[in-house]
Ligand binder design. Structure first.
Ligand SMILES: [Zn+2]
Length: 249
């Protein structure tokens, strides 16, 4: 059992939330009960995850995509009311970490992707630190990489074959990282992968002669919050359950 405020301040410091300019508040988003023994983690604070966290029953729901985004309207009405009502009635704490959880050097989404896909990390782009780059120990074919993504992330990626060559050096960014693709072209990479893809991405991949893999926004962002939950459970002797509410995007 840990005091909620102690846990919040530990995670806020661990993920260095103060250095990020994010589109959402990072940290405690909804205050629930004062003590925490059971944590449910998940990618997004949707109604299905809220219901499962309450049924667990959890004292804390910890997510990557929280309940508040800068461009959202303020009024708590309609679908938003349904989410908030359940959370407040259950006295459930909600914590969310967005960019700080993409970026963390060990627990973050990009770090976890490197670990699962056996990529040796070389660094992050200075101007876009959410973009990581590295290489495989040995070059692998695009088919092998597709298969590896399928085995490790449970998702057969969409592959744009801009080239036929094997993959040694690559860059990646979890989630909606397709917008950074063009900035990686000076790295000399054979491949870029992200969660999502947009229409222009295909042309960039073909013209730059680079493999592009879109492995799913959800599928590439499961592992950061899961790793954070596992870390907290071990450190503070808490119960932790990662709940996957599948999302094909
Ligand atoms: Zn995301």
């Amino acid at each position: 059992m840990i005091n909620r405020d102690e846990l919040v301040s530990y995670v806020n410091k661990l993920l260095k939330i103060d250095i990020f300019h994010d589109y959402c508040p990072n940290g405690l988003q909804i205050e629930g009960k004062p003590s925490i023994q059971t944590i449910v983690t998940g990618v997004t604070a949707n109604l299905a995850l809220i219901e499962k966290a309450i049924a667990q029953p959890a004292d804390l729901m910890l997510v990557h995509h929280g309940l508040f985004w800068k461009k959202d309207p303020f009024p708590i009405v309609g679908l938003k009311k349904a989410r908030f009502q359940k959370i407040l009635n259950a006295d459930l704490n909600v914590m969310a970490y967005h960019l700080p959880l993409d970026s963390h050097l060990e627990l973050g989404n990009n770090a976890q992707l490197a670990r699962f896909l056996s990529i040796k990390v070389e660094g992050q782009l200075i101007e876009e630190p959410y973009v990581w780059f590295g290489e495989f120990a040995e070059p692998i074919s695009a088919e092998e990489f597709s298969q590896r993504i399928f085995e490790k992330l449970g998702r057969l990626p969409l592959h744009i074959a801009g080239t036929a060559r094997k993959i040694k050096k690559l860059a990646w960014c979890s989630g909606g990282g397709q917008s950074f693709f063009e900035k990686t072209l000076t790295l000399g990479i054979d491949c870029y992968f992200s969660g999502e893809i947009s229409e222009p991405t295909v042309h960039i991949a073909r013209e730059a002669e680079i493999h592009y893999f879109a492995a799913g926004h959800h599928a590439t962002e499961r592992y950061g919050v899961k790793a954070l939950g596992e870390h907290l459970a071990e450190k503070f002797q808490l119960n932790h359950y990662f709940i996957d509410i599948d999302n094909p995007v």
